[in-house]
Structures are given as structure tokens and as C-alpha cells.
Design a protein around this ligand. Structure first.
Ligand code: ATP
Ligand code: MG
Length: 630
């Protein structure tokens, strides 16, 4: 048994040997000629000359061996539907969708924009692209027409796949008119729009000659057999725009072979999901977690995946756990935000169901504070594994790889660099930071398999955005700030743009948030730096309490504010004490659960909060305006 340290070391020092071994986790139509071609830095081509297909590896090869095993489990608590597709059934549905695409003239290399709710057809639509070598661009089905139009013009799709409506909290959310608006605004609208009519928005408008109906075309292609199109390893499989938390989204371009190998390896070494088991990722297909760990990752490993349309709280806060019980979920993936939401609910919901099938819970997307980490781990009685990554990388950068070695979990830390990543912390001058020293989280290129190949259509932007922090050394910059302890455990301190500078001391938003969150009355908090004439910047906290009764009078509010400040003083020192702790009912977040710290900061400094198209609950910003009196 190799230790994790040795495993990681080999992945860097014997890069080709290591990844050649991992590449055996997928099937190749033609074996790669070269493992890593890094002749044009910082661009890298993995498994050059190899030919494979993502859909074949995710569906066909399992359908051939285990046709009746569960592959895709669609659950909607919005429409009260539940449909289980076996691998054989999934393959047939994907072939039907692929035949429809071919009918509509979609060819290899063409883009297909998928703007869909969380329904099974969304997965068919993605896999059908992979099957015929078309490139999908999934746009989160909550974006307004303007954001959709920008993404249409960037990807220039020949086809859009959408639906009449999505459902949220029991209400239909019409999509089709947004599609029409976006197509009107866009300079390069698609030739066709394929509509999956769920009957939720009766009488939605149809555009003659452009719009086509899925059910009608599916009926025509019931017996379709569409052979897979083999593609060269570095040919693009999809474009996915980053979440846009910090501004203009970037079109991440993903390859085919490297991504397949990276995901298959991660299912083994990080997520520990075996063929025949079930994985439940609570994300959305519009985000990277949805691409990697709702659709491709589990299916590549022969693991059944759950596609869940609904919220974590309807019909009640036990809904996720009822799914875990019913489908004997063994691997679950969610976000820290969800844990903090659950913390505000009755913990009895966690005890109501038989969760004995669950082996691990993985959390990513935002810093996981120690208090929440400890709470969820003791409630569930299983290891809860924080993992840090980005849309750009497609799979974890920092995590505990328990599939390799049973390393100890450190609360509040995503642990170690994942194999394949030569990760280091850098000072502002490009030199390497030592243990217990804050630094920029950087990766020495080449980036491992699975990471972005470039920014779609903008090689220049790929280099300038990610590889231009220092002239020397050239590193991939994550734009995040972190620290490493004496035992090699990393902690992410926040985004570099969010760093708070108080009288010359640089503090990560996360450090102060961690301290505020350690107060037993607090469920969630966002801390931002606000310009201050004396100190440069002053931290300001916006907190949500677990129980509204703790702040229901002015007196209680003042007392709790003081108490929270005391907590920060004791944990970090008075230098980090927030100038104010405001109590509000909810924090502004993106629809993927990320805090919009920059918008809060803008409001606190009397500026425009910026692009808010992905905001979950606009009233949260209104509350902040109210407490600030702006
Ligand atoms: P944009 O780049 O468009 O502003 P975004 O960075 O929010 O959007 P994502 O790629 O979805 O888009 O998010 C990645 C970022 O999320 C990371 O760079 C980091 O700031 C944060 N993050 C993800 N996982 C963790 C984690 N486990 N701990 C701390 N932060 C995390
Ligand atoms: Mg980012």
C-alpha cells in the first residue's frame, strides 16, 4: 500500500507513467500516442492521438455488461415524478436524442446550447452531444434572457434545447419566452430550438420554422441506433461558463480524453463510488459540479446518479435524506451553504431516515467553516470531506483522497493537493510561501487532465487571465488565497479580491467569517471590507441567526452584536473585529450557493452592486440596503 504522499509525488515526478495507468480506467477506440504533449506552454494536450467517446464510456460500455442496472434516477418533488432509467434504457433515450440532433443537421464540432430544468432529458441532451461529437454549452436554467444571449453569441450554437418551463417551490417558471427574447437579442441565434414540452406552460408561443417539438421527433426515432463518433482526445467536449461571482463569465473549454480519465480516476481515489452504487449530487447541471458529478463522473464509473428537481426544504427539510434512504445512496455531494441552511432546521429530520448506506458526504463551492463541518459530521456520523476546486479545473484541486490512504480529516480544511496538481502557495513577488504563511494558491503547469484547455475562442484570454500573475515563475493562478499548516493541510482564506486590509494587516474574509460562525447563535455570515479613512478598510459582518428570537428586540441585537465581536476578538484579536455586525434574515447568494460578497461590499461603500443575474433571492440585497440605510 503506497502512502498518499508517495502517490502524489509520483503523479508529479512520473507524470506520464502515472496518467498512463489512470487512462486504463476508460475505454479507448484508439490508444493514445503520447500521454502529455506540453510543447506549447501553457497549453497542454493530454492523451494525444487517442480516440475515445464520453458517451460510450458513460453509457454504452455499462449497458453492454449490466443493461438492467440503474443508471439515472430522476426525482422531482416539484411535479411528483420519479423515473428510473437503466443503462440500457438510458442508451436508447440518448440514441433517440442523438437521432433528433442529426435530423436537425447537428454535426461533429457544432455547438448545442442546453437551457433546461433538472429533468432527465437534460442529461440525454448532454450525452447525445457527446455521442455525436457535438459540443454542449449548458446554461443554468435560471439566467435571464440577457445573460443567455451573451452566452449564445459566445458559443454560436446551431441548436438550442430547452423546455416550456421549470418548476421551483411548486410554481412553474416559464423558460420559453426567455429563450425567444434571448434569440431576439442575440446576434448569432440558433437555427432550431428543440422544446421539451412538460405541459407546465400551456400555450407558450412557437416560432414557425425554428421551434421543433421533442415528443414528436422522439416518436419518429423510437428505434434509432446512432453509432458513437470517436473523437481525438483533445477535441472539445463542452463549453461551460464560470459562475460569474467576480464578474464577466469565462467560457471554459473542456477536452474529451483528459476529462474522462480525470473523472474516472476521481471517482476511484476521491469519491470512492463503485459500479452498482448510487451517487446524489445536489447541484444543478448548469454548474460544473452538475457536469462532473451529476452526469459524467458517476456514469463513467458505472454508478447510478440522481437528478433531483426540487429544493432541500420541500415538502420538508428531510427530503434529501428520504432520497438517501430510498435509493441507498452511498456517495453524496453538496455545498456548505446547504449545510448552513440545514443547521437552521429541526435536526430531527436527520434522524428520521435510515442513512446507513451513506459512506461519505462531499462539500465544495465555498469555504466550509469548522463549526458547520463539525456539526454535520457529528449529525451524520460519517466522514464529511471538504474539497476545493473551480469550474476551470473540472474536478478537485484540494481534497483528502481516502481511496488512496485513510488520512485524517482536519475540520475546516480541504486538506492536501490532489494527485496531478503541483500546487504551491506564492508570495506577491512570486517566491514560494512557507508553512503558516498566507499566499496565492497556484499550480505549476502543465495543468493535469480534465482542466480547461483554453477559454473558448480566446486563447489570449486563457493566458492573460490564468498564467500572467508573475513573469517568472509562470503558474496557473487560482485567484484564491490560502495557507498551509505544519502537517501540510491547506485552508482557503477567500478570493484574492476579497482580502481585507486593516491598518496594513491582510485578512481573508474567511478568517473573520469562521470566527463569527463559531458563535453558537449564528447560522451564516458574510464579511466584507469597507473603505475606512483611518484604517484603510474595516471588516463589516452581515449575519443570519439560527433563531430569530435572539435578535427580536433592539436590546438583544445590541447584546448579540457585542458578543459576536467578543468572539472575534478572542479568536483573531481586536484587529479583525468587525466595525458592525448587522443581523439580516438571508444573505445574497448566487443560485449555486456562493456569497455575493462583492455586491455587499459595493452597497456598503455606496456603489452599484453590479451584475446580479445569478442572484438567488434579490430581497436579500434589499435587506442589506435597509440595514445600511442606503
Ligand atoms: P467567477 O470565476 O466567474 O467569478 P466563481 O469563481 O464563483 O465564478 P466557480 O468556478 O464555480 O466560479 O467557483 C470556484 C471558486 O469557489 C473557487 O475559486 C473558490 O473561491 C471557491 N471555492 C470552491 N470550493 C471551495 C472550498 N472547498 N473552500 C473554499 N472555497 C471554495
Ligand atoms: Mg472563479
Amino acid at each position: 500500500m503506497t502512502t498518499y504522499k508517495e502517490f502524489h509525488k509520483r503523479s508529479i515526478e512520473d507524470r506520464d507513467g502515472f496518467w498512463k495507468e489512470q487512462s486504463a480506467l476508460i475505454d479507448w477506440h484508439k490508444a493514445p500516442e503520447q500521454i502529455c504533449d506540453y510543447s506549447r506552454p501553457p497549453f497542454v494536450k493530454w492523451f494525444k492521438g487517442g480516440e475515445t467517446n464520453l458517451c460510450y464510456n458513460a453509457v454504452d460500455r455499462h449497458a453492454a455488461k449490466r443493461p438492467d442496472d440503474k443508471a439515472l434516477i430522476y426525482i422531482s418533488t416539484e411535479t411528483n415524478e420519479e423515473v428510473v432509467y437503466s443503462f440500457a434504457q438510458l442508451q436508447r433515450e440518448v440514441e433517440r436524442m442523438a437521432a433528433i440532433y442529426q435530423d436537425l443537421g447537428v454535426k461533429k464540432g457544432d455547438r448545442v446550447l442546453i437551457y433546461m430544468p433538472m429533468i432527465a432529458e437534460a442529461a440525454f441532451a448532454m450525452l447525445a452531444c457527446a455521442r455525436i461529437g457535438a459540443i454542449h454549452s449548458v446554461v443554468f436554467g435560471g439566467f435571464a434572457s440577457g445573460s443567455l444571449a451573451t452566452r449564445i453569441d459566445d458559443a454560436k450554437p446551431v441548436l438550442m434545447v430547452s423546455s416550456d418551463a421549470g418548476m421551483r417551490n411548486g410554481k412553474a417558471v416559464p423558460y420559453k419566452h426567455l429563450v425567444d427574447e434571448a434569440c431576439n437579442i442575440a446576434e448569432f441565434p440558433p437555427r432550431n430550438v428543440l422544446i421539451i414540452d412538460r405541459g407546465l406552460d400551456k400555450g407558450f408561443p412557437k416560432v414557425e420554422g425554428r421551434d421543433v417539438d421533442y415528443a414528436t421527433l422522439r416518436a419518429k426515432h423510437m428505434d434509432a441506433q446512432v453509432p458513437v463518433t470517436w473523437v481525438e482526445s483533445s477535441e472539445p467536449s463542452y463549453i461551460l461558463y464560470t459562475s460569474g461571482t467576480t464578474g464577466k463569465p469565462k467560457g471554459v473549454q473542456r477536452d474529451t480524453g483528459g476529462y474522462a480519465v480525470a473523472l474516472a480516476a476521481s471517482m476511484k481515489h476521491i469519491f470512492m463510488g463503485d459500479a452498482g452504487e448510487t451517487m446524489f449530487s445536489t447541484s444543478d447541471i448548469g454548474w460544473v459540479v452538475g457536469h462532473s458529478y451529476i452526469v459524467y463522473g458517476p456514469l463513467l464509473a458505472g454508478v447510478a446518479t440522481i437528478m433531483y428537481e426540487g429544493t432541500p426544504l420541500r415538502p420538508d427539510a428531510g427530503v434529501w435524506w428520504s432520497i438517501v434512504e430510498k435509493y441507498k445512496v452511498s456517495v453524496m455531494f453538496s455545498a456548505p451553504t446547504a449545510v448552513r441552511v440545514l443547521k437552521k432546521q429541526d435536526p430531527a429530520f436527520l434522524k428520521k431516515y435510515d442513512l446507513s448506506s451513506l459512506k461519505h458526504l462531499f462539500l465544495a463551492g465555498e469555504p466550509l467553516d469548522e463549526t458547520s463541518h463539525e456539526w454535520i459530521m457529528s449529525e451524520l456520523g460519517i466522514p464529511v470531506i471538504d474539497n476545493y476546486w473551480q469550474t476551470e479545473t473540472g474536478w478537485p484541486i484540494l481534497a483528502i483522497c481516502r481511496g488512496v490512504e485513510d488520512s485524517k480529516i482536519k475540520l475546516g480544511s480541504p486538506a492536501f493537493p490532489v494527485y496531478g496538481y503541483d500546487l504551491r502557495l506564492f508570495r506577491e513577488d512570486g517566491s514560494e510561501a512557507g508553512a503558516n504563511e498566507k499566499g496565492i494558491v497556484g499550480i505549476v503547469p502543465p495543468l493535469p487532465p480534465g482542466c480547461l484547455s483554453t477559454v473558448w475562442g480566446q486563447d489570449e484570454r486563457f493566458v492573460s487571465t490564468y498564467f500572467s500573475t508573475f513573469a517568472d515563475p509562470v503558474i496557473y493562478s487560482s485567484s484564491d488565497w490560502g495557507i498551509r499548516d505544519d502537517n501540510g493541510y491547506y485552508t482557503i482564506l477567500g478570493r484574492m479580491d476579497d482580502v481585507i486590509n486593516v491598518a496594513g494587516h491582510r485578512l481573508g474574509t474567511r478568517e473573520i467569517e469562521e470566527a463569527v460562525q463559531a458563535h453558537p447563535a449564528i447560522a451564516e455570515v458574510a464579511v466584507v471590507g469597507v473603505a475606512d479613512s483611518l484604517k484603510g478598510q474595516m471588516p463589516m459582518a452581515f449575519a443570519v441567526v439560527k433563531d430569530a428570537a435572539t435578535v427580536d428586540t433592539e436590546e438583544k441585537r445590541v447584546a448579540l452584536e457585542k458578543d459576536v465581536m467578543k468572539k472575534v476578538d478572542s479568536m483573531l484579536g481586536a484587529i479583525a473585529r468587525p466595525g458592525r455586525v448587522h443581523f439580516i434574515a438571508g444573505l445574497p447568494k448566487t443560485r449555486s450557493g456562493k456569497l455575493l460578497r462583492r455586491s455587499i461590499q459595493a452597497l456598503a461603500e455606496g456603489r452599484d452592486p453590479g451584475d446580479l443575474t445569478t442572484i438567488e433571492d434579490p430581497t436579500a440585497l434589499e435587506q442589506i440596503r435597509t440595514v445600511l440605510g442606503v
